[in-house]
Design a protein around this ligand. Structure first.
Ligand SMILES: Nc1ncnc2c1ncn2[C@@H]1O[C@H](COP(=O)(O)OP(=O)(O)OP(=O)(O)O)[C@@H](O)[C@H]1O
Ligand SMILES: [Mg+2]
Length: 300
């Protein structure tokens, strides 16, 4: 879907991108990295809104700077800070965008998009009266309009309350299942991204420092964290310590805690240990956070 080769972007003397090469295929890809890493710059280049200083990018085989309109017809976008005309209603805005994008049956699509993001009841109110979270939802709605092949979301859950965040993620997952659209999602909220993303790109100071599936990444950075309760934690630790896939093993509060590149190898080893009772095994959440911290640890 997206291919980039040695992309550079300079804003005066600021090097926002420094030789980015990537391929983004179908599925849900997470784009993460610290503030100022170049995420939004990369997204704008993909959409043909700004021109790379150097390098090559193709979106659906097209150069977005030359064929920006064609690319933007096929890609739904939620920008970092969405801005909409306050005088229009949510429904009117969506219908307008649907027409602009040449979507068939704009009225029906606009209502459907409002429903998906949970804004049906507010569709007839003018946008000037929307809360920040409602504007964010409206932004997602216009990105989903017409079920584009690719949907790019820059910070989709900022401004949302806890319930809104969960709903936003559910809306994305459900939409993905139903429409088969692919997503590129940039966010700082890693536990949320972890729930939806299949692939990962980590940008840091304008460079890609890691790229892979979530599973490959978790394995590479020993990001699975496991807690085991047992009648003899010391003995258990002795057994598991020798495994190649295990790192940072310790006993805390009477539980054995470890990081591993391969949870299955730990399970298999547990089965083979005789004379030891394991009462519970827990996989801790936060895989993506551990991948991120590990990948960026020596760079900051
Ligand atoms: N229009 C611009 N003019 C000058 N510098 C810019 C411009 N846009 C971005 N930059 C600079 O380029 C770098 C990358 O910015 P970018 O917005 O792409 O980062 P980001 O990864 O999206 O960050 P954030 O997580 O804060 O959204 C930053 O140093 C930023 O200051
Ligand atoms: Mg940004």
């Amino acid at each position: 879907m997206i291919e980039a080769e040695d992309l550079w972007k300079l804003y005066g003397r600021v090097e926002a991108l420094r030789g980015v090469s990537l391929r983004i295929g179908s599925g849900v890809t997470g784009l993460i990295g610290p503030n100022g890493a170049g995420k939004s710059t990369l997204i704008k280049i993909i959409l043909g809104l700004i021109r790379p200083t150097r390098g090559r990018v193709r979106v659906f085989g097209l150069d977005p700077w030359v064929h920006g309109e064609a690319v933007r017809m096929r890609v739904g976008v939620l920008h970092e800070k969405p801005m909409f005309p306050g005088w229009a209603t949510g429904y009117e805005l969506l219908r307008f965008v649907a027409r602009l994008r040449g979507i068939r049956n704009p009225e029906k699509e606009a209502s459907e998009a409002l429903r998906i993001v949970g804004l049906s009841d507010a569709g007839d109110r003018s946008i000037s009266g929307y809360s920040a979270g409602m504007i964010q939802r409206l932004g997602l709605a216009q990105a989903l309009l017409g079920r584009p092949d690719l949907i790019i979301l820059d910070e989709p859950t900022s401004n949302l309350d806890p319930k809104g965040r969960v709903e936003m993620l559910e809306a994305i997952s459900e939409f993905r299942r139903e429409s088969g659209s692919s997503f590129l999602i940039s966010t700082h909220i890693l536990p949320e991204l972890e729930r939806v993303c299949e692939k990962l790109i980590i940008l840091h100071s304008g460079r890609i420092i890691h790229q892979g599936t979530l599973r490959e990444s978790a394995s590479k950075y020993y990001a699975y964290s496991i807690t085991i309760g047992s009648d003899n934690p010391m003995e258990l630790m002795k057994h598991l310590r020798g495994l190649k896939s295990v790192r940072q093993i310790s006993i805390r509060n009477g539980e054995v805690k470890l990081r591993t590149s391969d949870p299955k190898s730990v399970m298999d080893a547990l089965k083979e240990i005789s004379g030891l009772q394991t009462s519970y095994i827990r996989e801790e959440p936060g895989i993506l956070e551990r991948i991120y911290l590990e990948a960026t640890r020596k760079l900051d």
